[in-house]
Design a protein around this ligand. Structure first.
Ligand code: C5P
Length: 405
């Protein structure tokens, strides 16, 4: 299985400034290393009051830099050397004071120096503000943040909620996994900027009575990965999800449904406003013709109940029939003869692209293999984790979208 960690070969400078959120930076360093990045930690003097370089060195596996006078670099220019082969500088936490300094081009310590001296064309600056809510909402801070955005910096968060001081409001630093995912997204190719992508995912649940129903083994992982990959590529993404226990990808708008009919009713009014529709959901083909209002009881005297089934609406085919339809991508979960079944579906659903996968081999798992079937022919995406495959699929869709316009 070819799995490429999301930050493989990426070099990240992780800057810490003074704030209680420094405790989250330890976890963040770990997450970035786990995702494959080389992490070079740089700390301000104030950050050292909250967490030690010893901790950050152990977690990043590299010696930490804290001073512009550090003589370890042969040319004595750490403020230049540290960013020349870096993909991004991520300052987390970024204090109000540090944001003010950056906004004015201040450069009186190593971290602010290297932010100013970084090669802006290939080394992004991302800041994760962390401060008390009054400090965050203060016009001076808001002015500085607007200036930083104007200068090309990316501002991650802040979040809202409980603060270390006991107050509640905006200014909490995002969590380590959120910062990791935002950084990963920032570094992905922006192939779908300005596009709107609608994705269905998961199984549907067709109720028999208040406690029972018909469903299937789809976990929703493939569809959620596609929603994430599309968002990372710059698209605005709506995800209509059947009953699954997965967390929503960052910055994706999620609509939860249960039954195929609900999924249909959620998707149809939205479809025409989207550029791409990816029908990943394993929609139940049939539902019980009637719903029993009370739990159907086992009754010793009676034989087992029988259920009449009625067909569910075909969501993909309905979207494909719309006069101003988006670019439609269907999935085919099969047990055999993938290519032939996928090609049949291409014609039957009248869509430009069908993605085939083997249902029993992928349902519930983290990996998959995809067979893309369209008018041009077939293309196999070899076995990999679902996010890697989703990113490849998004590339394929973007390419076709470009060709069709
Ligand atoms: O018809 P079949 O289930 O074989 O086709 C699978 C494709 O059609 C998938 O993309 C699935 O999401 C979509 N589909 C749908 N509505 C249905 C059944 C399938 O959108 N009722």
């Amino acid at each position: 299985m070819s799995t490429v960690p999301s930050l493989q070969d990426r070099r990240i400078v992780l800057g810490l400034t003074g704030g209680i959120a420094c405790y989250k930076a330890a976890e963040l360093a770990r997450e970035l290393v786990k995702a494959g990045a080389t992490v070079q930690v740089v700390m301000t003097e104030a950050a050292e009051a909250f967490i030690t370089p010893v901790t950050m060195q152990a977690l990043s596996g590299r010696r930490v830099f804290t001073s512009q006078w550090d003589a370890r670099e042969a040319n004595n220019m750490a403020h230049i050397n540290l960013t020349r082969d870096a993909d991004a500088v991520l300052v987390a936490p970024a204090s109000a004071d540090f944001l003010a300094k950056l906004a004015h081009g201040g450069a009186d310590d190593l971290l602010s120096l290297l932010c100013l001296a970084r090669p802006r064309d290939h080394c992004a600056l991302l800041v994760a503000p962390a401060m008390n809510r009054e400090m965050w909402s203060h016009p001076a801070t808001q002015r500085n943040v607007a200036q930083l955005r104007h200068d090309g910096a990316v501002v991650l968060g802040p979040d809202t909620g409980d603060q270390a001081c006991g107050e509640v409001g905006d200014g909490r630093m995002l969590e380590a996994d959120e910062l990791r995912d935002d950084l990963i997204a920032h570094l992905q190719a922006k192939l779908l900027v300005g596009k709107r992508v609608l994705v269905t995912a998961g199984p549907t649940f067709e109720a028999i009575d208040p406690v029972r129903g018909i469903t299937n083994l789809s976990s929703g992982k493939m569809g959620f990965a596609i929603a994430r990959a599309a968002q990372e590529a710059g698209a605005q993404v709506t995800l209509v999800a059947g009953p699954v226990s997965l967390s929503t990808p960052r910055h994706v708008q999620r609509i939860d449904v249960h039954s195929a009919q609900q999924m249909h009713d959620a998707v149809l009014p939205l479809a025409a406003a989207h550029d791409v529709f990816v029908a990943t959901a394993a929609v139940a083909d049939w539902r019980p013709a009637t719903f029993a209002q009370r739990k159907i009881k086992k009754d010793g005297a009676r034989s087992a109940p029988t259920f009449e089934l009625t067909e569910n609406p075909d969501i993909l085919a309905a979207v494909a029939r719309l006069p101003d339809r988006p670019y439609c991508v269907g999935f085919a979960a099969e047990t055999d003869d993938l290519a032939r079944n996928a090609r049949d579906k291409l014609a039957r659903k009248n869509v430009p692209l069908i993605v085939g996968n083997l249902g029993p081999a992928t349902f519930g798992r983290d990996d998959n293999a995809l067979l893309l079937v369209d008018a041009r022919g077939e293309r196999q995406l070899a076995s990999a984790d679902k996010l890697t495959l989703a990113r490849e699929l998004v590339r394929e869709i973007a390419e076709r979208l470009q060709a069709s316009t």
